[in-house]
Ligand binder design. Structure first.
Ligand SMILES: C[S@@+](CC[C@H](N)C(=O)[O-])C[C@H]1O[C@@H](n2cnc3c(N)ncnc32)[C@H](O)[C@@H]1O
Length: 413
C-alpha cells in the first residue's frame, strides 16, 4: 500500500528549520506532497524534490503549481538512485535531459550534482508486521532507510553543505547518532519536541573535517568497515581501487598509535611487507585494501601444499622484521593480523616497536603449535613435531639466523 504522506508534526517542525537554512541548490529527499521543497524554494536558487512514490511526485508537482513556485522540480527516485544513473549511464542521461525544459535544472543535472542543503524527513518507524507503507516505515528497525541515505549523501553534498533531518525517538536516537559517526558526519541537535508517545529531533549535519580531507584526496563511498577490527577502520574507493582508512579510535587512550603505525608501514613497505601505504595525515592513514581471508579461514579452505607455502611466506616476512629488530607483537595470536589473498599480507602495525630481541618468529611458532591451530593443521594433514619445533625455536631465539629459521621451516611437511 502506498499513500502520499499527509504532513504532520514532524513535517511542520522540520519546515521551520528548512526555511532558515535554505540557500543555493537544495534537495528534498522523500518529498511526499512537497512541503519541505516548497518551504525551501523561498530562499533557494533551485529545489529538487525526489520520492520513491510516483503518486507523491504527482501531488508535489500539483502543490508547487498551485502555489506558483517556479524554481522547483520533482522526480521519482529511490534516494539518490536517479543521480547515480544519470552519472553512470550516458544514454540514460541524454534521454533524461532531453525532457528537461528548464535551463537551470538542465545545466545543474548536466554537471556534478552537488547540493548546498539536503533535507530528509525519512520514513522512520520500525516496520509493523503485515503492513507495508514506505511513507512511514523505515525498515524492520526503523533506521535502515536513513542508514542507506547517509551511506550515499556525502557524494551529493558540497564540501560545506548541510543536511537537515527529523526523526523520532521510536527510531532509536543512539542508533542514528552512531550511523552519523560511522559515516564521518558531525551533527548538532537543533530542536526537540515531545509529543504524546514519542519525541521528535531535528538535526543539522555537516561533513567532518576528516571526511572533507579524505574526499579532497579523491576517496569516495567512505564507510565504516564491517569486518570486526580494533581501531576505526573505513573502506572507500579511490578511482576504481579499494582503499582502507584507519583512524584514531576516540575511545582509545593509547597515544600516537597512528603515527607509529605509519612510521613502520613506510619502513616495512620497502621490504614488501604490510599493505601498500597510499597517504597519511596526523589522525589517519590510507592503504590499498587487502582482499582475502584471515589465517584460520584460509587454513580451513585450502589444501596442505598451499597452507605450507603461505606459512613459510609468513615466516620469511617475520624473519625480515626480526632482522630489522622490530617486534610486531601479537604474533602468537595473529588471527586478524594476516590476510591471505595470493600472498599473505601482514596488517596492524600499531604496536610495533624497536627491540633488541624481537619475538616475531618464536611467537608465530607458538601460534602454530597452539591447540586449536594444531588441530586445524592436523585435519589438513600437517602434523607438527612440537618437541622438535620448540627445540629449534629456542635455538633460533638465541641466534636469529636464516639457517636456524630454515631448520624450523624444514619441519613443515
Ligand atoms: C515521512 S514522509 C515525509 C514527507 C514529507 N517530506 C514531509 O516532510 O512531510 C517520508 C517520505 O519518504 C518517501 N520515501 C520512502 N522511502 C524512500 C526512498 N527509498 N527514496 C525516496 N523516498 C522515499 C515516502 O514515499 C514519503 O513520501
Amino acid at each position: 500500500m502506498f499513500e502520499v504522506y499527509e504532513p504532520m508534526e514532524d513535517s511542520f517542525l522540520l519546515a521551520e528549520h528548512v526555511k532558515r537554512y535554505s540557500k543555493g541548490f537544495v534537495l528534498d529527499v522523500g518529498t511526499g506532497p512537497g512541503i519541505q521543497a516548497i518551504a525551501a524554494s523561498e530562499k533557494a536558487k533551485l529545489v529538487i524534490g525526489i520520492d520513491i512514490s510516483r503518486d507523491a511526485i504527482k501531488l508535489a508537482r500539483e502543490n508547487a503549481f498551485k502555489q506558483n513556485v517556479k524554481n522547483i522540480c520533482f522526480f521519482e527516485s529511490s534516494l539518490f538512485d536517479l543521480f547515480k544513473k544519470i552519472q553512470a549511464k550516458k544514454q540514460f542521461k541524454n534521454n533524461f535531459l532531453k525532457e528537461i525544459k528548464n535551463k537551470r535544472i538542465h545545466s545543474f543535472l548536466e554537471k556534478n550534482v552537488l547540493f548546498d542543503l539536503i533535507i530528509f524527513n525519512p520514513p522512520y518507524l520500525p516496520q509493523d508486521k503485515g503492513i507495508s507503507d514506505k511513507s512511514i516505515y523505515g525498515g524492520i528497525k526503523g533506521h535502515e532507510t536513513l542508514e542507506r541515505f547517509f551511506s550515499e549523501a556525502s557524494e551529493y553534498l558540497k564540501e560545506n553543505g548541510k543536511i537537515l533531518i527529523v526523526f523520532s525517538s521510536l527510531t532509536n536516537k543512539e542508533k542514528v547518532d552512531k550511523i552519523l559517526q560511522d559515516y564521518y558526519f558531525e551533527f548538532k541537535k537543533l530542536d526537540e519536541k515531545k509529543l504524546f508517545f514519542e519525541t521528535l529531533f531535528v538535526y543539522l549535519i555537516k561533513k567532518s573535517s576528516l571526511l572533507k580531507t579524505l574526499e579532497k584526496k579523491g576517496l569516495r563511498n567512505i564507510k565504516k568497515f564491517a569486518r570486526g577490527h580494533r581501531g576505526l577502520l573505513y573502506q572507500a574507493n579511490l578511482k576504481k581501487k579499494g582503499v582502507a582508512i584507519k583512524t584514531k579510535n576516540p575511545k582509545s587512550k593509547a597515544k600516537a598509535r597512528i603515527a607509529n603505525e605509519v612510521k613502520w608501514i613506510k619502513i616495512l613497505n620497502k621490504y614488501k611487507i604490510g599493505p601498500k601505504l597510499l597517504f597519511s595525515g596526523r589522525e589517519y592513514f590510507a592503504y590499498e585494501f587487502v582482499e582475502g581471508d584471515f589465517i584460520l579461514d584460509f587454513i580451513e579452505k585450502n589444501n596442505k601444499e598451499d597452507i605450507i607455502k603461505i606459512i613459510k611466506n609468513v615466516f620469511n616476512q617475520l624473519y625480515i622484521m626480526d632482522k630489522l629488530k622490530v617486534d610486531k607483537e601479537e604474533m602468537h595470536h595473529p588471527l586478524k593480523h594476516i590476510i591471505i589473498d595470493k600472498k599473505p599480507v601482514l596488517i596492524d602495525f600499531e604496536r610495533c616497536k624497536k627491540t633488541k630481541k624481537p619475538k616475531n618468529i618464536t611467537q608465530f611458532c607458538q601460534f602454530l603449535m597452539s591447540w586449536s591451530t594444531g588441530l586445524l593443521l592436523k585435519q589438513k594433514g600437517i602434523k607438527l613435531n612440537k618437541d622438535k619445533i620448540i627445540k629449534l625455536a629456542k635455538t633460533y631465539k638465541k641466534e636469529q639466523t636464516k639457517e636456524n629459521l630454515n631448520k624450523i621451516l624444514n619441519t613443515l611437511n
